[in-house]
Design a protein around this ligand. Sequence first.
Ligand SMILES: Cc1ncc(COP(=O)(O)O)c(C=O)c1O
Length: 384
Amino acid sequence: MKVDFTKVTSPSFVLHEELLRINLDILNLVQKEAGVKIICALKGFAFWDVFPLIGSYLSGAAASSLNEARLIYEKMGVKAHTYCPVFIEEEIKDIVNYSSHITFNSLSQYKRLREQVHDYGHDISFGLRVNPEYSEVKADIYNPAQPDSRLGVTAGQLNNTLPPGIEGLLFHVLCENDSYALERTLLETEKSFSHLIRQVKWLNMGGGHLITRDGYDVKHLINLLKVFKGRYPNLNQVILEPGGAIGWQTGYLAATITDIIENKQVKTAMLDVSFAAHMPDCLEMPYKPKIIGAFEPSGNKKEHVYRMGGNSCLAGDYMGMGDYAFEIPLKTGERIVFEDMMHYTMVKTTFFNGVKHPSIGIWKNGKFRLLREFGYEDYKNKLS
Ligand SMILES: Cc1ncc(COP(=O)(O)O)c(C=O)c1O
């Protein structure tokens, strides 16, 4: 079950397929027991080599751009549930080709584009993103319901009716939340939107459901969804579109120590990866990922404490949330393996500084399979 990191390329993102299957089993259980559809939001997890596997458990995938919709169509073989904060007119034709559901962020976009969508295809189900103006997410950058948000139509803007042709509603106000936050969110959402939920065929409860996290009360979620569906017999489909929960704790970023720099009291292990370019959430959220074999410094003189340094020139490209302690001193050439590096990593990486982009591979049946390496051409081709 454990990955042998001596057999893994460095630097590389390594998906542990068995761990992914465990997550997919949990999500599939929720789908079956609660009678809902769970789809994979590509914005959080777009490891397309395993899309056939994901498609064999889940009910499809959610796109937030033409590129994501096309990837779903090409690699999962299904049409996407597509929601974009704005749709670009020139892209609509292709988006229609790759989508089964198209959800609009505003009444004005729907009004402007619905005829065009109709002209290109007839079997698209139209939805509208609504803003419940309630969210338990503390960080503004992840809170779509903050006052004056640009995401979704508020109840006040709808005058108790939906525009003709709208068959579904989508709300998304959670982020790494549990089922109890969803329960309170549903209560608040129903206060403003229950009369509109009664007018549609489907309701998409967005992402942010961290169903695969240890301790998530899956039974409570199943019961909550069943009771909710009981209140709205008009709904043919209740959809959840998590991204993070698919790849949660399913893989690693394996790196190598390339130098150790000492300045005053601080020893920095210089890595062949960058926080800014390869793990941006570590700086943005911010959060401190676990490293295999490391522990929190306790002040004990016997432990060996290091800062983890990224390989770009950005002064802040290091783990600023705290150092790591090890039982024995680190050496140049040794592996450093960051845990839980599958979601919101590969989808956000850049070629900043031109530093080598980590390869992508899979650990399966005790073997490492290298899927993709990146080189100069990849760097050059995203510039001009
Ligand atoms: C509309 C929408 N759906 C789904 C998601 C996926 O959320 P998560 O990866 O937190 O489950 C997001 C994330 O931003 C989103 O904006």
